[in-house]
Design a protein around this ligand. Structure first.
Ligand code: FMN
Ligand code: ADP
Length: 279
């Protein structure tokens, strides 16, 4: 398999593609990629609802080059026109890999049978991929995240769920009253259920053990916040891009009667996180 990026690989060298939304680049998606061979590529159809790996965040999860197409721009095409477009875009195309539930063309009128008729090359249809009897689909992963079931989401993803955010100014209370935190603004990514999580935080390609609070700061100003505290390290600069990987959920978000009670709880949370990383 080639290590590559979509910018470097010319579409005219691609002989096999996998087609789909690929939000999450989860285990079932990876099953499709196993059929791509040496000159494979991924055709990713970008939709508005993609929020696990939104926009162009998918490339880090595959060494095959990803070619993005915006659903809005192609959804009016008939099945025939869609296949014509694909053949024009990838002139050496010999193989298309899709899942059992793949449909395409205006109103998703065409599915795998029509694909086999319309494409004059090999069509590989991958049967439904399941884990412990549950089908792996991005919609179920979204449900796990909404329910705070981070370990289950990570199992289905085949990796730790990760979001990207920009550092923003906090209330200025953290360092003075509690512990210092990096406050983040996260757009487009689905955030797991409110609560406290054991996480890893990536800043400038360096990965740090951390603990992250997500939710309405009921004890202070009530506003929604994503705040990460790096364990055992003082981080002073401001960062335009911070990544957070979610590992385990420790507890629910709570309202405390006093700042002191919250501070004591935060200290307990930090020691749980440290024991997790030490074990
Ligand atoms: C590990 C951790 C757990 C937290 N848990 C809660 C909580 O349960 N309830 C709450 O209202 N705020 C919680 N917070 C958020 C604090 O209220 C917040 O860090 C504090 O208000 C400082 O905010 P600032 O960084 O904007 O100054 C938590 C913060 C951390 C780091
Ligand atoms: N559980 C699965 N088993 C087999 N193929 C799948 C599975 N989930 C998705 N696919 C295939 O992967 C491609 C991308 O599908 P997509 O609809 O984006 O995934 P999801 O169902 O997770 O939202 C499609 O060709 C689809 O048929």
């Amino acid at each position: 398999m080639k290590k590559s990026s979509s910018i470097l690989i010319n579409k005219s060298s691609i002989s096999a593609i996998a087609i789909g939304g690929f939000d999450g680049m989860h285990l079932a998606h990876q099953e499709l990629f196993k059929h791509l061979g040496d000159n494979g590529g991924i055709v990713s159809i970008e939709s508005d609802y993609a929020n696990l790996t939104p926009k162009t965040f998918r490339q880090e999860y595959s060494s095959y080059p990803i070619y993005y197409y915006v659903l809005e721009n192609i959804k009016h095409l008939s099945g025939e026109d869609f296949i014509r477009l694909i053949k024009e875009e990838f002139p050496k195309l010999e193989k298309i890999v899709v899942g059992f539930d793949f449909c395409f063309g205006k109103n998703r009128k065409n599915c795998t049978e029509e694909l086999k008729k319309l494409f004059n090359g090999e069509v590989v249809v991958v049967q439904e991929f399941t884990l412990d009897g549950t089908p792996v689909h991005s919609r179920f992963i979204r449900e796990f995240l909404n329910d705070g079931l981070i370990k289950k989401a990570n199992m289905f993803l085949g990796k730790e769920y990760k979001v990207f955010g920009k550092q923003i100014k906090g209330q200025g209370l953290g360092s003075k009253k509690f512990v210092p935190t990096i406050n983040l603004k996260v757009d487009e990514f689905l955030l797991p259920k409110e609560g406290v999580y054991i996480t890893k935080t990536i800043i400038n390609e360096e990965e740090y053990n951390s603990i992250t609070f997500l939710g309405h700061r009921q004890t202070t100003d009530g506003s929604y916040a994503v705040e990460t505290h790096i364990l055992d390290k003082d981080i002073k600069n401001r960062f335009s891009m911070v990544q957070i990987k979610f590992i385990e959920r420790i507890r629910d978000n709570k309202k405390f009667d006093s700042f002191e009670d919250l501070k004591n709880q935060i200290i307990t949370d930090i020691s749980s996180a440290k024991s997790f990383f030490d074990k």
